[in-house]
Design a protein around this ligand. Structure first.
Ligand SMILES: *Cc1c(COP(=O)(O)O)cnc(C)c1O
Length: 395
C-alpha cells in the first residue's frame, strides 16, 4: 500500500491531501481498501454514489451499453441522451437539457446561457452575475469566480469580470448588489462546501420575486443538493420555488461522470447551434447511467427512504449534540446533513476513518454526512456508534 501511495505522490499533481488508504472496491454502503479493511461510507464520493456501490441495475445497463456504443459525438443523435433528457424534463418541470461532464462545467454552461439570453433579449449591457458569499460552484475560471470564498481564488486573479457577491440568506444584500447591468443570480439552495447551510424558505421565495421583477435569470446550483439528496428529486421542490436554470452533476450518474444544465424554454433559446458544446457531453454511456439513476430515484419508496433516514440521522446527531457541548448545531435536509462543532473536525474525521467510518468536512468546523441514498437505519446506527466513540475521546 505504502509503495503504491508513494508512486502516486510522484506521478499525480499535488492538489489533494489524500488519506493514506487506497480504495479498491465497494458494495452497498461500504467500501474496501486494498488491505481488505472495510469502511462504512458516509461520503459516497462526495454526494456522488447515490445508488450505493455495485448497484445491479446500473451495472447491467452500463454493460449493455458498453457492448453497443460508448461514444459517438454530438454530430449525431443518441437514444440514451434523449431518454435521460426526457426524465430530467419530466421531474424538473423545466424544458431543455444540455449535457456536460461535471459540476463546474454545468455552472459554466449556466452562466454562458444566462448571459447569452440576457444580452440577446434585454441589451448588451446585461452581463453582471450575482452569486453568494460562502458559496461553492467549482474550479474552472468562471465557476471559481462565481464561488464566493477567497480561499479557492487566491493566486488565480484576474478572475472573470462581471461577478458580484451578496450575503446568502440576506435579501437586503441582494437588492443592494442588483443594478442596471445585472443579468442573473446564482445560488445553491443548500450551500454544500460552505458548511451545509440551507436557504431560508422566505428568502428563496423573495429571491424568485426579485428576479421576476428585475428580469433576472435565476440559476440554482443543485450539483450537490439535487438528485434526491434532500428527499426531493430537486432541492427547490422542498422550497416550492422554481429556478430558470438548474445545474446538476455529482449524483446524476451515481459515479459515472456527467453533468447537466436544465432551463426553461424561453431562457434555453439563448443558445443557438455553435454557441456552446462539449465533446463528451451527452455521451451514451454516461447518459445510460443518468437514466438508471433517474428511474431508480423516482421509484415510489426511494425518496421516502431518503426522508426517513434523513430524519433518523438528524435525531441521532441531535442526541450527540445534547451530550457534547462542543457540538453547536445540526442542520440540513434529507441525507445532506452537517454537524457544526467548536473544535476542528479534521482529527475526528481521521479517527473515524481508522475505526471504519468515512466522513468529510465542510469547512474547518463542520462534519458533513452525505451517505449513499440507499442507506438504512442499521448503517446510521453503526456510523453514530463509531462517531460517538470518537467524540467521547474528545472530551
Ligand atoms: C462539487 C460542486 C461543484 C463542482 O462540481 P465538479 O464536478 O467538481 O466540477 C459545483 N457546485 C456545487 C454546489 C458542488 O457541490
Amino acid at each position: 500500500m505504502e509503495q503504491l501511495i508513494n508512486k502516486g505522490k510522484e506521478l499525480l499533481m499535488n492538489t489533494y491531501a489524500q488519506f493514506p488508504i487506497v480504495i479498491e472496491k465497494g458494495e452497498g454502503v461500504k467500501v474496501y481498501d486494498n488491505k481488505g479493511n472495510e469502511y462504512l461510507d458516509f461520503v459516497a464520493g462526495i454526494a456522488v454514489n447515490c445508488l450505493g456501490y455495485k448497484n445491479d441495475k446500473l451495472i447491467a445497463a452500463l454493460k449493455q451499453q458498453l457492448e453497443k456504443l460508448i461514444h459517438c459525438s454530438n454530430l449525431y443523435w443518441n437514444e440514451p441522451a434523449i431518454e435521460a433528457a426526457e426524465l430530467l424534463v419530466e421531474h424538473s418541470k423545466l424544458d431543455k437539457v444540455f449535457f456536460c461532464n461535471s459540476g463546474a462545467e454545468a455552472i459554466e454552461g449556466s452562466l454562458k446561457l444566462a448571459r447569452k439570453y440576457a444580452k440577446k433579449n434585454l441589451g448588451d449591457n446585461k452581463n453582471e452575475i450575482i452569486t453568494m458569499k460562502n458559496s461553492f460552484h467549482g474550479r474552472t475560471y468562471g465557476a471559481v469566480t462565481a464561488t464566493g470564498q477567497l480561499k479557492y481564488q487566491k493566486g488565480l486573479d484576474p478572475l472573470l469580470p462581471g461577478v458580484k457577491y451578496a450575503e446568502f440568506n440576506n435579501i437586503e444584500s441582494l437588492l443592494q448588489a442588483i443594478d442596471y447591468n445585472t443579468c442573473a443570480v446564482l445560488l445553491e439552495p443548500i450551500q454544500g462546501e460552505g458548511g451545509i447551510r440551507p436557504a431560508n424558505k422566505e428568502y428563496l421565495k423573495q429571491v424568485r420575486d426579485i428576479c421576476d421583477m428585475n428580469n433576472l435569470v435565476l440559476i440554482f446550483d443543485e450539483v450537490q443538493c439535487g438528485m434526491g439528496r434532500t428527499g426531493e428529486m430537486f432541492a427547490y421542490q422542498l422550497y416550492d420555488v422554481k429556478p430558470d436554470i438548474v445545474a446538476l452533476a455529482k449524483g446524476l450518474g451515481s459515479g459515472v461522470p456527467i453533468g447537466a444544465v436544465i432551463a426553461n424554454e424561453e431562457i434555453a433559446k439563448g443558445f443557438n447551434p455553435g454557441d456552446h458544446a462539449s465533446t463528451f457531453g451527452g455521451n451514451p454511456l454516461a447518459c445510460t447511467a443518468a437514466k438508471v439513476v433517474l428511474e431508480e430515484i423516482s421509484k415510489n419508496d426511494f425518496l421516502d427512504n431518503v426522508k426517513e433516514q434523513g430524519n433518523y440521522l438528524t435525531k441521532k446527531l441531535n442526541e450527540l449534540k445534547d451530550k457534547y457541548e462542543f457540538i453547536t448545531d445540526v442542520r440540513g435536509h434529507g441525507l445532506m446533513k452537517g454537524m457544526e462543532m467548536n473544535i476542528p473536525v479534521k482529527d475526528v474525521i481521521k479517527k473515524c476513518m481508522e475505526k471504519g467510518l468515512l466522513l468529510v468536512g465542510s469547512g474547518e468546523r463542520i462534519i458533513r454526512f452525505v451517505p449513499p441514498l440507499i442507506v438504512k437505519k442499521d448503517d446510521i446506527d453503526s456510523a453514530i456508534a463509531i462517531l460517538g466513540s470518537v467524540l467521547e475521546g474528545e472530551i
